[in-house]
Ligand binder design. Structure first.
Ligand code: FAD
Length: 394
């Protein structure tokens, strides 16, 4: 039985369905058979990168430079299918495409785009995006990492935390503060600026964070930057200030609005199948009214979330999507998805706490998804500001 109670399928074009089905097949072949073991072992096999690259998923929503040039809706549907496999796998595509590649695509010079984007689309170069710091998460304006201009070169010092893929990346986009005097010497705008940092540069160190209870089949790192010296043209020239990273974060947040529902759908499907097979009191679990209420509530919320995501996707493709609308999708669909995964786990009883079934793995992953790319609280404050005109962040 499909969980598509509203016939949302009928709202998709043939091309959109084809992209979705192609990614679903990739997940069935390359992710599902292995993900429970990867999660238990806390590994992200690097062999998955060429699989994702060959499917055209790295930077799939960007045009030119070897990227697939897919629509926003196709991108969203692809994220939904990847996250039905595991949030950690969807995160790989988000970090590479929506964050690292988008930073170069949106803020880079033509030379920078030519140098990096085709290799990143092909998966030959993996990228990461370093904004968060040990003491600056929700408030990136409080970052302590600095870039000083010395003898025609940039010198970066500081630390980053939670940076996805950093230990396997060949290039890092590092956001750092440039003081007025350094900016004047380099003839650029001061403030938060992005730098393209080859990770082989002396002084750059990435150490994986290993004691995670969430996103175990994925990589996040602490980064140390000690006198990392870069040529003058390592700076991303466009969109100085926090607008630079936020423009990239919006791309990733949009993908999450779709993606989180993939984890939810997979959990609902797992619970539904289990409820039909498992008998207690000489009846299937599915025949109990309380179980049916759980399944129905999950399916109704899933369908509502999918309509919300599709509305955002249509608006993005039409060029009318406002950043605060992405906050609606990120906030609401992460919240919906985590509730569905937790409820699905209850139907699986004790078996639901093992890696034999996906819902608790998805729920644990979604603790990260609701935290990164703006926490629930930060998106609530963004929307509170839209509704009231009052800034309540600080
Ligand atoms: C798995 C994972 C992957 C990540 N990947 C990346 C990456 O690739 N690159 C990158 O740069 N970062 C990444 N991050 C970092 C992520 O963006 C931050 O964790 C997030 O922004 C929250 O920051 P924090 O963890 O420092 O929490 P804090 O900012 O310390 O917040 C702690 C709590 O306080 C709340 N809070 C903060 N300010 C307010 C306020 N004004 N009002 C009310 N409540 C508030 C928060 O909502 C949260 O509940 C990742 C994080 C995780 C967990």
């Amino acid at each position: 039985m499909t969980t598509d109670l509203l016939g949302i399928e009928s709202l998709l074009t043939d091309e959109e369905k084809a992209t979705r089905d192609r990614v679903a097949a990739l997940v069935s072949e390359h992710i599902r058979p292995h993900i429970a073991q990867w999660y238990e072992d806390a590994v992200l096999p690097e062999s998955i990168f060429p699989v994702l690259a060959e499917a055209g998923l790295f930077g799939m929503h960007l045009d030119g430079y070897g990227c697939a040039g897919r629509s926003a809706v196709e991108y969203g549907l692809a994220m939904q299918e990847l996250e039905a496999g595991d949030s950690g796998i969807r995160t790989v595509v988000s970090v590479q495409g929506s964050l690292a590649m988008s930073a170069i695509y949106k803020h880079g010079s033509e030379e920078q785009k030519q140098q990096w984007l085709p290799a990143m689309a092909a998966g030959d170069v993996i990228g990461c995006f370093g904004l968060t710091e040990p003491t600056a998460g929700s408030d990136p304006a409080g970052m302590a990492t600095v870039a000083r201009y010395r003898s025609g070169e940039w010198v970066l010092d500081g630390a980053k935390r939670w940076i996805g893929l950093a230990s396997v990346a060949k290039v890092a986009i590092i956001w750092a503060k440039v003081a007025e005097e350094d900016a004047a010497a380099a003839d650029v705008e001061p403030g938060v600026r992005g730098f393209i940092v080859p990770t082989s540069t002396p002084g750059f160190t990435a150490s994986p964070i290993t004691n995670k209870l969430s996103m175990r089949a994925s990589i996040q790192c602490d980064i140390e930057l000690e006198g990392v010296t870069l040529p003058a043209d390592a700076l991303l020239p466009k969109h100085p200030g926090l607008k630079g990273p936020f423009m990239c974060l919006n791309e990733a947040r949009f993908g999450i609005s779709f993606g989180a529902l993939g984890a939810a759908r997979d959990s609902l499907e797992a619970a539904l199948a289990y409820a039909k097979e498992r008998t207690q009191f000489d009846r299937s679990l599915a025949s109990f009214q309380l179980t049916q209420k759980k399944l129905v509530d999950m399916a109704v919320e899933l369908n509502k979330g999918q309509l919300l995501a599709l509305q955002l996707g249509r608006a993005k493709d039409a060029g009318t999507l406002e950043p605060y609308q992405i906050s609606v999708g990120k906030l609401a669909n992460c919240r919906t998805a985590i509730e569905i995964c937790r409820e699905a786990r209850t139907i699986l009883g004790g078996n639901g706490i093992t890696t034999d079934y996906s819902p608790l793995r998805h729920a644990a992953n979604l603790e990260s998804v609701r935290t990164y790319e703006g926490t629930d609280e930060i998106h609530t404050l963004i929307l509170g500001r839209v509704l009231t005109g009052e800034q309540a962040f600080s």
